[in-house]
Design a protein around this ligand. Structure first.
Ligand SMILES: O=C(O)c1cc(C(=O)O)c2c(n1)C(=O)C(=O)c1cc(C(=O)O)[nH]c1-2
Length: 254
């Protein structure tokens, strides 16, 4: 399976700090902060219908993250590591009903006027959203553990994009508020905590050339997951619209 990932040209093992430099260079070049749909979202160039489509599709990512993290936890033999990783599931699922990140995402889709049952069913997401998110879950299940952990490292870069997105959306769109965008506030502390832990793990465990190539490819793969989710939105909902059959149509479902 590794042949499908572009190999990085490393001849001898990098130091841990050099590996971090390479990982950060991948994020700088390939993270979705550069995607045209993300730029349009934060610059106030999207209609409410296009923002609805983004939130509806992104719900699928949110809903699968705890499943991805549970799959990863199931591979951890060290209780200390599991204790660390389980916090991610708690962040998304909460300790009880009405809590956690998934609920806060639903506050956003509610605030945008989307029918909750339609959102939770995920029946109207784009096919490419489903494929991209499922590819992420499969990757985490199947690849070597250090690569599975490295694939979460996009979170090193998320506070920057979240900050720009939230301030841009609040400045430009009357149909969102700090309340409806409340999902993002805890992420500003959760993401760095999670990313620092994962980065430290990767730096300590990816020591051989093949492991280092693997973790760099894992981060590239994950950037591609996020990028292709936005590609799909751009293709379907930004003119000329090409909404696939059965997907959310703002004129019918908005
Ligand atoms: O808003 C964003 O741009 C963004 C990006 C990412 C990311 O980089 O993967 C995550 C999130 N948000 C997020 O909210 C989240 O819970 C999350 C979990 C993970 C992961 O890979 O385990 N990434 C992300």
């Amino acid at each position: 399976m590794s042949q499908q990932f572009e190999p990085t040209d490393i001849r001898s093992p990098l130091s841990a700090d050099q590996l971090e430099v390479e990982l950060r260079a991948i994020g700088e070049a390939r993270y979705h902060h550069r995607h045209p749909f993300q730029l349009a979202l934060q610059n106030g160039e999207l209609s409410k219908a296009q923002v609805q489509a983004w939130a509806l599709n992104r719900y699928y990512y949110q809903s699968m993250i705890p499943i991805k993290d549970a799959s990863l936890m199931a591979r951890l033999h060290d209780p200390e590591l599991r204790r660390e990783w389980r916090q991610r599931i708690i962040d998304h699922d909460g300790h009880g009903p009405g809590e956690g990140g998934i609920q806060r995402w639903l506050a956003l889709t509610d605030g945008l006027g989307l029918d909750r049952e339609m959102v939770v069913s995920t029946g109207k997401i784009l096919p490419a959203t489903r494929f991209a998110v499922e590819a992420y879950v499969h990757f985490v299940r199947e690849r070597p553990l250090v690569e599975a952990i490295a694939s979460s490292l996009t979170e090193l870069f998320s506070p920057l994009v979240i900050n720009t997105r939230v301030s841009g959306m609040l400045a430009h769109y009357a149909f969102v508020s700090e309340q409806t965008l409340a999902y993002f506030k805890p992420r500003m502390t959760q993401a760095p905590r999670d990313a620092d832990f994962a980065l430290d793990y990767v730096k300590r465990h990816a020591l051989r050339v093949d492991q280092q190539q693997g973790v760099l490819a894992a981060l590239r793969f994950k950037c591609d997951v996020l990028w292709s989710m936005l590609d799909a939105l751009d293709y379907a909902y930004v003119a000329p619209r090409r909404i696939p059959p059965g997907a959310f149509d703002p004129e019918v479902d908005g």
